[in-house]
Design a protein around this ligand. Structure first.
Ligand code: SF4
Length: 484
Protein backbone atom coordinates (compact mmCIF):
# COMPACT_ATOMS: atom_id res chain seq x y z
CA UNK A 1 0.00 0.00 0.00
CA UNK A 2 2.66 2.51 1.08
CA UNK A 3 4.98 2.10 -1.89
CA UNK A 4 2.21 2.01 -4.40
CA UNK A 5 0.68 5.13 -2.92
CA UNK A 6 3.91 7.08 -3.08
CA UNK A 7 4.33 6.19 -6.73
CA UNK A 8 0.77 7.00 -7.62
CA UNK A 9 0.71 10.44 -6.03
CA UNK A 10 3.23 11.67 -8.56
CA UNK A 11 0.46 11.51 -11.16
CA UNK A 12 -0.85 15.11 -11.34
CA UNK A 13 -4.44 14.32 -12.29
CA UNK A 14 -4.76 11.95 -9.34
CA UNK A 15 -3.14 14.37 -6.94
CA UNK A 16 -6.24 16.56 -6.94
CA UNK A 17 -8.40 13.65 -5.80
CA UNK A 18 -8.77 12.83 -2.12
CA UNK A 19 -7.03 9.61 -1.23
CA UNK A 20 -7.27 7.59 1.98
CA UNK A 21 -3.67 8.23 2.96
CA UNK A 22 -4.45 11.99 3.13
CA UNK A 23 -6.19 11.14 6.40
CA UNK A 24 -2.92 10.79 8.35
CA UNK A 25 -1.79 14.33 7.43
CA UNK A 26 -5.27 15.73 8.05
CA UNK A 27 -5.37 14.18 11.53
CA UNK A 28 -1.82 15.36 12.36
CA UNK A 29 -2.00 18.96 11.10
CA UNK A 30 -4.37 20.73 8.73
CA UNK A 31 -1.55 22.78 7.26
CA UNK A 32 0.37 19.63 6.48
CA UNK A 33 -2.67 18.27 4.62
CA UNK A 34 -2.92 21.56 2.65
CA UNK A 35 0.81 21.62 1.84
CA UNK A 36 0.74 17.97 0.76
CA UNK A 37 -1.70 18.96 -2.01
CA UNK A 38 -0.41 22.42 -2.91
CA UNK A 39 3.36 22.39 -2.31
CA UNK A 40 4.32 18.75 -1.67
CA UNK A 41 7.77 18.35 -0.14
CA UNK A 42 9.92 15.49 -1.30
CA UNK A 43 11.33 13.68 1.68
CA UNK A 44 12.88 10.40 2.59
CA UNK A 45 11.43 8.59 5.60
CA UNK A 46 13.85 8.38 8.53
CA UNK A 47 15.28 5.00 9.51
CA UNK A 48 12.56 4.32 12.08
CA UNK A 49 9.73 5.09 9.67
CA UNK A 50 11.51 3.06 7.02
CA UNK A 51 11.61 0.14 9.47
CA UNK A 52 7.87 0.54 10.13
CA UNK A 53 7.23 0.65 6.40
CA UNK A 54 9.37 -2.48 5.82
CA UNK A 55 7.56 -4.33 8.59
CA UNK A 56 4.23 -3.20 7.11
CA UNK A 57 5.23 -4.56 3.71
CA UNK A 58 6.35 -7.83 5.33
CA UNK A 59 2.98 -8.11 7.05
CA UNK A 60 1.19 -7.39 3.76
CA UNK A 61 3.28 -10.07 2.03
CA UNK A 62 2.45 -12.58 4.79
CA UNK A 63 -1.29 -11.86 4.42
CA UNK A 64 -0.96 -12.18 0.64
CA UNK A 65 0.81 -15.55 0.98
CA UNK A 66 -1.91 -16.78 3.33
CA UNK A 67 -4.67 -15.73 0.92
CA UNK A 68 -2.84 -17.22 -2.06
CA UNK A 69 -2.81 -20.56 -0.26
CA UNK A 70 -6.59 -20.53 -0.13
CA UNK A 71 -7.79 -18.64 -3.22
CA UNK A 72 -6.76 -17.60 -6.71
CA UNK A 73 -5.28 -14.08 -6.48
CA UNK A 74 -4.77 -11.67 -9.39
CA UNK A 75 -2.51 -8.62 -9.22
CA UNK A 76 -4.19 -5.49 -10.63
CA UNK A 77 -1.98 -3.23 -12.72
CA UNK A 78 -4.27 -0.26 -13.46
CA UNK A 79 -7.71 1.20 -12.74
CA UNK A 80 -9.07 -0.40 -15.94
CA UNK A 81 -7.46 -3.74 -15.14
CA UNK A 82 -9.06 -3.66 -11.67
CA UNK A 83 -12.49 -3.15 -13.25
CA UNK A 84 -11.83 -5.98 -15.71
CA UNK A 85 -10.84 -8.34 -12.84
CA UNK A 86 -14.00 -7.31 -10.95
CA UNK A 87 -16.09 -8.08 -14.06
CA UNK A 88 -14.41 -11.48 -14.30
CA UNK A 89 -15.30 -12.19 -10.66
CA UNK A 90 -11.70 -12.99 -9.62
CA UNK A 91 -11.86 -14.19 -5.97
CA UNK A 92 -9.07 -11.90 -4.71
CA UNK A 93 -7.63 -8.84 -6.44
CA UNK A 94 -4.30 -7.68 -5.01
CA UNK A 95 -3.42 -3.96 -5.11
CA UNK A 96 -6.67 -2.95 -6.76
CA UNK A 97 -7.01 0.64 -7.94
CA UNK A 98 -10.31 2.43 -7.51
CA UNK A 99 -11.28 5.91 -8.66
CA UNK A 100 -14.50 7.92 -8.64
CA UNK A 101 -14.13 11.33 -10.31
CA UNK A 102 -17.66 12.41 -9.26
CA UNK A 103 -16.94 11.83 -5.58
CA UNK A 104 -13.38 13.12 -6.11
CA UNK A 105 -11.93 10.00 -4.49
CA UNK A 106 -9.17 7.58 -5.35
CA UNK A 107 -7.94 4.57 -3.35
CA UNK A 108 -5.65 1.57 -3.52
CA UNK A 109 -6.84 -1.18 -1.18
CA UNK A 110 -4.33 -3.96 -0.59
CA UNK A 111 -7.01 -6.55 -1.40
CA UNK A 112 -10.45 -6.70 -2.96
CA UNK A 113 -12.15 -9.84 -1.73
CA UNK A 114 -15.13 -11.28 -3.57
CA UNK A 115 -18.11 -11.74 -1.25
CA UNK A 116 -20.60 -14.59 -1.75
CA UNK A 117 -23.02 -12.00 -3.13
CA UNK A 118 -20.59 -11.39 -6.00
CA UNK A 119 -19.73 -7.91 -4.66
CA UNK A 120 -16.26 -6.99 -3.41
CA UNK A 121 -15.05 -6.14 0.09
CA UNK A 122 -12.01 -3.88 0.46
CA UNK A 123 -9.26 -5.07 2.82
CA UNK A 124 -5.96 -3.67 4.07
CA UNK A 125 -3.12 -5.30 5.99
CA UNK A 126 -2.18 -3.11 8.97
CA UNK A 127 0.58 -3.58 11.52
CA UNK A 128 -1.66 -1.94 14.10
CA UNK A 129 -3.33 -4.11 16.74
CA UNK A 130 -6.49 -2.02 16.70
CA UNK A 131 -9.00 -1.11 14.02
CA UNK A 132 -10.11 1.86 16.12
CA UNK A 133 -7.47 4.27 14.88
CA UNK A 134 -9.01 7.23 13.08
CA UNK A 135 -6.67 6.99 10.09
CA UNK A 136 -7.50 3.29 9.57
CA UNK A 137 -11.23 3.92 9.85
CA UNK A 138 -11.10 6.78 7.33
CA UNK A 139 -8.95 4.79 4.88
CA UNK A 140 -11.16 1.73 4.92
CA UNK A 141 -14.29 3.92 4.92
CA UNK A 142 -13.14 5.59 1.69
CA UNK A 143 -12.61 2.22 0.01
CA UNK A 144 -16.18 1.39 0.97
CA UNK A 145 -17.38 4.65 -0.64
CA UNK A 146 -15.49 3.76 -3.80
CA UNK A 147 -17.09 0.30 -3.94
CA UNK A 148 -20.49 1.58 -2.76
CA UNK A 149 -22.05 -1.80 -2.02
CA UNK A 150 -22.64 -1.57 1.75
CA UNK A 151 -20.32 -4.46 2.60
CA UNK A 152 -17.98 -3.96 5.58
CA UNK A 153 -14.27 -3.44 4.95
CA UNK A 154 -11.75 -5.87 6.43
CA UNK A 155 -8.53 -5.13 8.31
CA UNK A 156 -5.85 -7.81 8.69
CA UNK A 157 -4.31 -6.57 11.92
CA UNK A 158 -0.76 -7.05 13.19
CA UNK A 159 -1.78 -9.74 15.71
CA UNK A 160 -3.52 -11.89 13.08
CA UNK A 161 -7.03 -10.70 13.99
CA UNK A 162 -9.37 -9.75 11.16
CA UNK A 163 -11.60 -6.77 12.03
CA UNK A 164 -14.63 -5.49 10.14
CA UNK A 165 -15.49 -1.83 9.67
CA UNK A 166 -18.96 -0.94 8.45
CA UNK A 167 -21.44 1.93 8.59
CA UNK A 168 -20.17 3.05 12.00
CA UNK A 169 -17.21 4.81 10.33
CA UNK A 170 -19.40 6.79 7.91
CA UNK A 171 -19.69 9.96 10.01
CA UNK A 172 -15.92 10.09 10.45
CA UNK A 173 -15.41 9.70 6.70
CA UNK A 174 -17.93 12.50 6.06
CA UNK A 175 -16.10 14.74 8.51
CA UNK A 176 -12.78 14.01 6.82
CA UNK A 177 -14.00 14.55 3.24
CA UNK A 178 -15.91 17.74 4.05
CA UNK A 179 -13.08 19.06 6.20
CA UNK A 180 -10.35 18.30 3.69
CA UNK A 181 -12.33 19.75 0.76
CA UNK A 182 -12.90 23.01 2.64
CA UNK A 183 -9.20 23.07 3.53
CA UNK A 184 -8.04 22.43 -0.03
CA UNK A 185 -10.26 25.23 -1.35
CA UNK A 186 -8.22 27.73 0.66
CA UNK A 187 -6.01 29.94 -1.51
CA UNK A 188 -3.39 30.21 1.22
CA UNK A 189 -2.05 27.75 3.74
CA UNK A 190 -4.22 27.65 6.88
CA UNK A 191 -2.93 29.41 10.01
CA UNK A 192 -1.75 26.92 12.64
CA UNK A 193 0.20 26.85 15.89
CA UNK A 194 3.55 25.24 16.51
CA UNK A 195 3.55 21.78 18.06
CA UNK A 196 6.97 20.55 19.19
CA UNK A 197 6.01 16.88 19.00
CA UNK A 198 4.57 17.17 15.47
CA UNK A 199 6.60 19.94 13.83
CA UNK A 200 10.08 18.65 14.65
CA UNK A 201 9.41 15.43 12.72
CA UNK A 202 7.42 17.04 9.90
CA UNK A 203 8.91 17.43 6.38
CA UNK A 204 7.57 21.01 6.28
CA UNK A 205 9.40 22.12 9.44
CA UNK A 206 11.88 24.26 7.47
CA UNK A 207 8.94 25.85 5.64
CA UNK A 208 6.86 26.64 8.74
CA UNK A 209 9.40 27.41 11.44
CA UNK A 210 10.72 30.77 10.11
CA UNK A 211 7.14 32.06 10.07
CA UNK A 212 6.51 30.94 13.68
CA UNK A 213 9.77 32.59 14.72
CA UNK A 214 9.16 35.80 12.77
CA UNK A 215 5.87 36.37 14.54
CA UNK A 216 7.30 35.11 17.89
CA UNK A 217 4.45 32.65 18.15
CA UNK A 218 3.79 31.83 21.81
CA UNK A 219 3.19 28.17 20.95
CA UNK A 220 6.95 27.89 20.30
CA UNK A 221 7.36 27.93 24.08
CA UNK A 222 7.65 24.71 26.05
CA UNK A 223 4.41 24.04 27.93
CA UNK A 224 2.22 26.42 25.87
CA UNK A 225 -0.48 24.50 24.05
CA UNK A 226 -1.69 25.92 20.71
CA UNK A 227 -5.17 26.46 22.21
CA UNK A 228 -3.70 28.44 25.12
CA UNK A 229 -1.81 30.57 22.57
CA UNK A 230 -5.14 31.27 20.77
CA UNK A 231 -6.78 32.39 24.03
CA UNK A 232 -3.80 34.56 24.99
CA UNK A 233 -3.87 36.21 21.56
CA UNK A 234 -7.56 37.04 22.09
CA UNK A 235 -6.53 38.61 25.40
CA UNK A 236 -3.92 40.78 23.63
CA UNK A 237 -0.79 38.69 24.34
CA UNK A 238 0.24 37.39 20.97
CA UNK A 239 4.05 37.38 20.98
CA UNK A 240 6.76 35.86 23.14
CA UNK A 241 8.06 39.38 23.91
CA UNK A 242 4.62 40.45 25.13
CA UNK A 243 4.37 37.39 27.36
CA UNK A 244 7.92 37.90 28.68
CA UNK A 245 7.07 41.42 29.85
CA UNK A 246 3.67 40.48 31.28
CA UNK A 247 2.90 40.08 34.97
CA UNK A 248 1.09 37.05 36.38
CA UNK A 249 -1.93 39.26 37.06
CA UNK A 250 -2.02 40.44 33.44
CA UNK A 251 -2.11 36.89 32.06
CA UNK A 252 -5.71 35.64 32.10
CA UNK A 253 -6.66 32.14 33.26
CA UNK A 254 -7.18 30.30 29.98
CA UNK A 255 -7.61 26.59 29.19
CA UNK A 256 -4.24 24.79 29.42
CA UNK A 257 -2.75 27.75 31.33
CA UNK A 258 -4.52 28.10 34.64
CA UNK A 259 -3.17 29.19 38.01
CA UNK A 260 -0.31 31.44 39.08
CA UNK A 261 2.33 28.69 39.10
CA UNK A 262 1.79 27.82 35.45
CA UNK A 263 1.54 31.43 34.38
CA UNK A 264 4.73 32.33 36.25
CA UNK A 265 6.49 29.46 34.51
CA UNK A 266 5.12 30.54 31.12
CA UNK A 267 6.43 34.09 31.61
CA UNK A 268 9.88 32.79 32.61
CA UNK A 269 9.84 30.37 29.67
CA UNK A 270 9.26 33.38 27.40
CA UNK A 271 12.14 35.28 29.04
CA UNK A 272 14.38 32.24 28.78
CA UNK A 273 13.49 31.76 25.09
CA UNK A 274 14.52 35.35 24.32
CA UNK A 275 17.61 35.59 26.54
CA UNK A 276 18.92 32.01 26.54
CA UNK A 277 19.15 32.26 30.33
CA UNK A 278 18.28 29.66 32.96
CA UNK A 279 15.65 30.67 35.51
CA UNK A 280 15.88 28.66 38.77
CA UNK A 281 12.53 28.30 40.56
CA UNK A 282 13.60 26.35 43.65
CA UNK A 283 16.66 24.58 44.97
CA UNK A 284 16.89 21.04 43.64
CA UNK A 285 16.78 18.39 46.37
CA UNK A 286 18.51 15.18 45.39
CA UNK A 287 18.36 11.98 47.49
CA UNK A 288 21.36 10.94 49.58
CA UNK A 289 22.96 7.57 48.96
CA UNK A 290 25.00 5.71 46.39
CA UNK A 291 23.74 6.57 42.94
CA UNK A 292 23.52 4.07 40.13
CA UNK A 293 22.34 5.51 36.83
CA UNK A 294 19.82 3.35 35.02
CA UNK A 295 18.33 3.36 31.51
CA UNK A 296 16.50 0.78 29.40
CA UNK A 297 16.18 0.17 25.66
CA UNK A 298 13.01 -1.55 24.52
CA UNK A 299 11.59 -2.81 21.27
CA UNK A 300 7.91 -1.98 20.65
CA UNK A 301 7.89 -3.87 17.34
CA UNK A 302 7.53 -7.41 18.67
CA UNK A 303 4.93 -9.74 17.13
CA UNK A 304 2.66 -9.29 20.17
CA UNK A 305 3.54 -5.55 20.49
CA UNK A 306 4.43 -6.22 24.13
CA UNK A 307 7.57 -4.16 24.59
CA UNK A 308 10.66 -6.28 24.98
CA UNK A 309 13.42 -4.65 27.03
CA UNK A 310 16.52 -5.90 25.23
CA UNK A 311 18.92 -3.85 27.35
CA UNK A 312 18.82 -2.91 31.03
CA UNK A 313 21.84 -0.59 31.43
CA UNK A 314 23.57 0.78 34.56
CA UNK A 315 26.44 3.10 35.42
CA UNK A 316 28.00 2.14 38.74
CA UNK A 317 30.43 4.02 41.00
CA UNK A 318 33.05 5.35 40.11
CA UNK A 319 31.06 6.33 36.99
CA UNK A 320 33.81 5.86 34.39
CA UNK A 321 33.07 4.30 30.98
CA UNK A 322 34.27 0.93 32.29
CA UNK A 323 31.75 1.05 35.12
CA UNK A 324 28.95 0.36 32.67
CA UNK A 325 27.00 -2.80 33.52
CA UNK A 326 24.04 -4.34 31.72
CA UNK A 327 21.65 -7.20 31.05
CA UNK A 328 21.06 -8.01 27.37
CA UNK A 329 18.72 -10.44 25.61
CA UNK A 330 18.82 -11.28 21.91
CA UNK A 331 15.08 -11.36 21.30
CA UNK A 332 11.66 -11.41 22.96
CA UNK A 333 11.75 -15.19 23.50
CA UNK A 334 14.36 -14.41 26.21
CA UNK A 335 12.27 -11.63 27.73
CA UNK A 336 11.68 -13.38 31.06
CA UNK A 337 15.36 -14.26 31.34
CA UNK A 338 16.28 -10.59 30.85
CA UNK A 339 13.77 -9.48 33.50
CA UNK A 340 15.13 -11.99 36.04
CA UNK A 341 18.68 -10.90 35.14
CA UNK A 342 17.67 -7.30 35.88
CA UNK A 343 16.20 -8.27 39.28
CA UNK A 344 19.36 -10.22 40.14
CA UNK A 345 21.52 -7.20 39.34
CA UNK A 346 19.33 -5.05 41.59
CA UNK A 347 19.70 -7.56 44.43
CA UNK A 348 23.50 -7.51 44.05
CA UNK A 349 23.60 -3.69 43.99
CA UNK A 350 21.30 -3.54 47.03
CA UNK A 351 23.63 -5.80 48.99
CA UNK A 352 26.68 -3.77 47.90
CA UNK A 353 25.15 -0.34 48.50
CA UNK A 354 22.63 -0.28 51.37
CA UNK A 355 21.54 3.29 50.52
CA UNK A 356 21.05 2.69 46.81
CA UNK A 357 19.56 5.37 44.53
CA UNK A 358 18.59 4.13 41.06
CA UNK A 359 18.52 7.32 39.02
CA UNK A 360 16.71 7.39 35.66
CA UNK A 361 15.31 10.11 33.40
CA UNK A 362 11.49 10.25 32.95
CA UNK A 363 8.86 7.84 34.18
CA UNK A 364 9.49 5.23 31.48
CA UNK A 365 11.79 2.98 33.55
CA UNK A 366 9.44 2.80 36.53
CA UNK A 367 6.38 2.28 34.31
CA UNK A 368 8.21 -0.52 32.49
CA UNK A 369 9.13 -2.29 35.76
CA UNK A 370 5.46 -2.08 36.73
CA UNK A 371 4.42 -3.60 33.38
CA UNK A 372 6.94 -6.43 33.75
CA UNK A 373 5.72 -7.13 37.29
CA UNK A 374 2.18 -7.48 35.87
CA UNK A 375 3.34 -9.45 32.82
CA UNK A 376 4.97 -12.11 35.01
CA UNK A 377 2.56 -11.78 37.99
CA UNK A 378 5.47 -10.80 40.25
CA UNK A 379 4.01 -7.80 42.09
CA UNK A 380 4.68 -9.55 45.41
CA UNK A 381 8.26 -10.57 44.62
CA UNK A 382 10.41 -8.96 47.35
CA UNK A 383 12.72 -7.03 44.98
CA UNK A 384 9.85 -5.90 42.75
CA UNK A 385 7.82 -4.77 45.78
CA UNK A 386 10.85 -2.80 46.98
CA UNK A 387 11.39 -1.18 43.57
CA UNK A 388 7.75 -0.14 43.32
CA UNK A 389 6.98 0.46 47.00
CA UNK A 390 7.14 3.40 49.42
CA UNK A 391 10.91 3.07 49.96
CA UNK A 392 11.69 2.66 46.27
CA UNK A 393 15.30 3.39 45.33
CA UNK A 394 14.08 4.63 41.92
CA UNK A 395 14.57 8.34 41.46
CA UNK A 396 13.33 10.21 38.39
CA UNK A 397 15.89 12.95 37.84
CA UNK A 398 13.52 14.71 35.42
CA UNK A 399 11.33 15.73 38.40
CA UNK A 400 13.81 18.20 39.98
CA UNK A 401 14.51 19.57 36.49
CA UNK A 402 10.83 20.27 35.83
CA UNK A 403 10.15 21.49 39.38
CA UNK A 404 13.19 23.69 39.82
CA UNK A 405 14.35 25.07 36.49
CA UNK A 406 13.12 26.98 33.48
CA UNK A 407 15.52 26.31 30.63
CA UNK A 408 15.98 27.85 27.18
CA UNK A 409 14.56 24.76 25.50
CA UNK A 410 11.47 23.68 23.58
CA UNK A 411 11.58 20.16 25.03
CA UNK A 412 12.84 18.88 28.38
CA UNK A 413 14.07 15.47 27.21
CA UNK A 414 17.41 14.08 28.40
CA UNK A 415 19.11 14.86 25.09
CA UNK A 416 17.65 18.37 24.85
CA UNK A 417 19.23 19.27 28.18
CA UNK A 418 22.45 17.30 27.99
CA UNK A 419 23.43 18.18 24.41
CA UNK A 420 22.82 21.93 24.84
CA UNK A 421 26.24 23.65 24.93
CA UNK A 422 25.00 26.21 27.46
CA UNK A 423 23.60 23.55 29.78
CA UNK A 424 25.10 20.11 30.55
CA UNK A 425 27.03 20.03 27.25
CA UNK A 426 27.50 16.26 27.11
CA UNK A 427 27.74 14.84 23.59
CA UNK A 428 26.92 11.24 22.65
CA UNK A 429 29.76 9.43 20.88
CA UNK A 430 27.37 8.46 18.10
CA UNK A 431 25.77 11.79 17.14
CA UNK A 432 22.98 10.15 15.17
CA UNK A 433 21.88 7.80 17.95
CA UNK A 434 18.61 8.01 19.88
CA UNK A 435 15.92 5.73 21.24
CA UNK A 436 14.35 5.17 17.80
CA UNK A 437 17.84 4.66 16.34
CA UNK A 438 18.40 1.99 18.99
CA UNK A 439 15.16 0.19 18.02
CA UNK A 440 16.19 0.26 14.34
CA UNK A 441 19.67 -1.10 15.19
CA UNK A 442 18.19 -3.81 17.40
CA UNK A 443 15.85 -4.92 14.62
CA UNK A 444 18.85 -5.07 12.28
CA UNK A 445 20.65 -7.09 14.97
CA UNK A 446 17.73 -9.52 15.11
CA UNK A 447 17.64 -10.12 11.37
CA UNK A 448 21.44 -10.11 10.83
CA UNK A 449 22.91 -13.57 10.20
CA UNK A 450 26.59 -12.60 9.95
CA UNK A 451 27.95 -13.05 13.48
CA UNK A 452 30.59 -10.34 13.14
CA UNK A 453 28.02 -7.82 11.92
CA UNK A 454 25.68 -8.89 14.71
CA UNK A 455 28.36 -8.27 17.32
CA UNK A 456 29.12 -4.88 15.79
CA UNK A 457 25.48 -3.84 16.01
CA UNK A 458 25.26 -5.01 19.63
CA UNK A 459 28.42 -3.06 20.53
CA UNK A 460 26.96 0.08 18.96
CA UNK A 461 23.70 -0.28 20.91
CA UNK A 462 25.59 -0.90 24.15
CA UNK A 463 27.72 2.20 23.46
CA UNK A 464 24.59 4.28 22.98
CA UNK A 465 23.02 3.04 26.22
CA UNK A 466 26.30 3.57 28.06
CA UNK A 467 26.31 7.18 26.85
CA UNK A 468 22.72 7.60 28.06
CA UNK A 469 23.64 6.63 31.62
CA UNK A 470 26.84 8.70 31.50
CA UNK A 471 24.62 11.60 30.40
CA UNK A 472 22.33 11.23 33.44
CA UNK A 473 25.46 11.14 35.63
CA UNK A 474 26.64 14.39 34.01
CA UNK A 475 23.20 15.86 34.51
CA UNK A 476 23.33 14.95 38.21
CA UNK A 477 26.74 16.63 38.59
CA UNK A 478 25.52 19.73 36.73
CA UNK A 479 22.47 19.96 39.00
CA UNK A 480 24.55 19.52 42.16
CA UNK A 481 27.10 22.10 41.04
CA UNK A 482 24.66 24.82 40.12
CA UNK A 483 21.29 24.30 41.73
CA UNK A 484 21.51 22.31 45.01
S1 SF4 B 1 5.81 21.93 10.46
FE1 SF4 B 1 4.19 21.84 11.99
S2 SF4 B 1 2.72 23.39 11.39
FE2 SF4 B 1 4.03 23.01 9.61
S3 SF4 B 1 2.93 21.48 8.44
FE3 SF4 B 1 4.33 20.39 9.77
S4 SF4 B 1 3.17 19.88 11.61
FE4 SF4 B 1 2.03 21.46 10.49
Amino acid sequence: MGLLNRTMTTNKSIQTLIKPSDASAWIACHRRAWLDKHQPASYEPDAFNQLLSDLGLEHEAAVLAQLENQYPVSHATSFEHTQALIQQGIPIIYQGRLRDECQGLVGYPDFLIRHESGQYQPADAKLSLSENKKSIQIQLGIYRRLLNNGLPAMVFLGDGRVALLGDEVESLVDEFITGLRALLDLQHQPPVRYSHSKCRICPYEAHCRPEFEAREDISLLYGIHGKAADYLTEAGISTISQLATSTIEAVPDVPYLKGNKRKHRAILQAKSFLSGKIYPLNKAILPEGTWIHFDIEDNPLTPTRERHVYLWGFLLPAYARDDFDYVWTDDETRDYEGWLGFLQKIEVYRALYPSLVLAHYSNHEKATIRKYAERYAMENHATVAWLLGQDSPLFDIQNPILDCLVLPLQGYGLKDICKHPGLVNFQWENQGSGSQWSVVQFNHFRSETNLLEKQKLKTEILGYNRDDVIATRNLELWLRRLFC
